[in-house]
Write a protein that binds this ligand. Structure first.
Ligand code: HQG
Length: 180
């Protein structure tokens, strides 16, 4: 199996559905590496410690981390299951960006940005990254987020291990659609 597909399966297990390989995540989102490897093997996929290490090291978005002694692994962000990955609360830059698809705009302009299936709304620090995120859903649209103003009014922001900005929701008054 190619590493891209195996990495997608890891995302599924470590963010959304650990049961798919019969494993569990602890309250901080960690899975036991040996159990993960055994569980993935049981699904008929080819994996071992070296393959796993390579996927983690070469992942373009640095989606996964090991703990210090490399016995545990977790996804850095993107979860739908309720885990606390010990995100650091941080003051955001004045502006952040959210990439979405044109077909969601009517709803977003009515309700604001919501986490939908995940625990947080995902925001990017630059327009290009946001555009790539939006493309995953259709014709990309980029929203400029007034994160500085949000922060001043008490919204909390978190920066994940791999550079994704997260917040619980974004009210309609804190974004505008931009040409990207
Ligand atoms: C949209 C990838 C209707 C939202 C990326 C988005 C990211 C609404 C979609 C990470 C809405 C949710 C997350 C509302 C928000 N009405 N639609 N009120 N509020 N939406 O995939 O941000 O490759 O859960 O705009 O790089 O696209 O997985 O979130 O289009 O960081 O590591 O609902 O996933 O990383 O879609 O992507 P998603 P996302 P990975």
């Amino acid at each position: 199996m190619d590493k891209g597909r195996l990495s997608k399966f890891l995302s599924l297990l470590l963010r959304h559905n650990p049961q798919a390989a019969n494993i569990t995540l602890d309250e901080h989102g960690w899975a036991d590496v040996d159990r993960l490897i055994a569980g993935v093997k049981q699904t008929g996929r080819n994996i071992d410690r070296d393959i796993l290490e390579e996927i983690v090291a070469s992942d373009q978005k640095q989606r996964y981390s090991f703990n210090e002694d490399r016995t545990l692994i977790r996804a850095n962000q993107g979860h739908s299951v309720s885990v606390d990955v010990e995100l650091k609360e941080q003051k955001p830059p004045e502006f952040l960006y959210h990439g979405t698809a044109g077909r969601f705009l009517v709803s977003i302009e009515r309700e604001g940005l919501k986490p939908m299936g995940r625990l947080y709304v995902h925001l990017s620090k630059d327009i290009d990254t946001a555009k790539q995120v939006g493309k995953r859903h259709g014709i990309p649209v980029v929203l400029k987020i007034y994160s500085g103003d949000m922060y001043k009014t008490g919204y909390q922001f978190y920066l994940s291990q791999n550079g994704v900005w997260l917040t619980k929701n974004v009210d309609v008054k804190f974004f505008e659609k931009i040409k990207a």
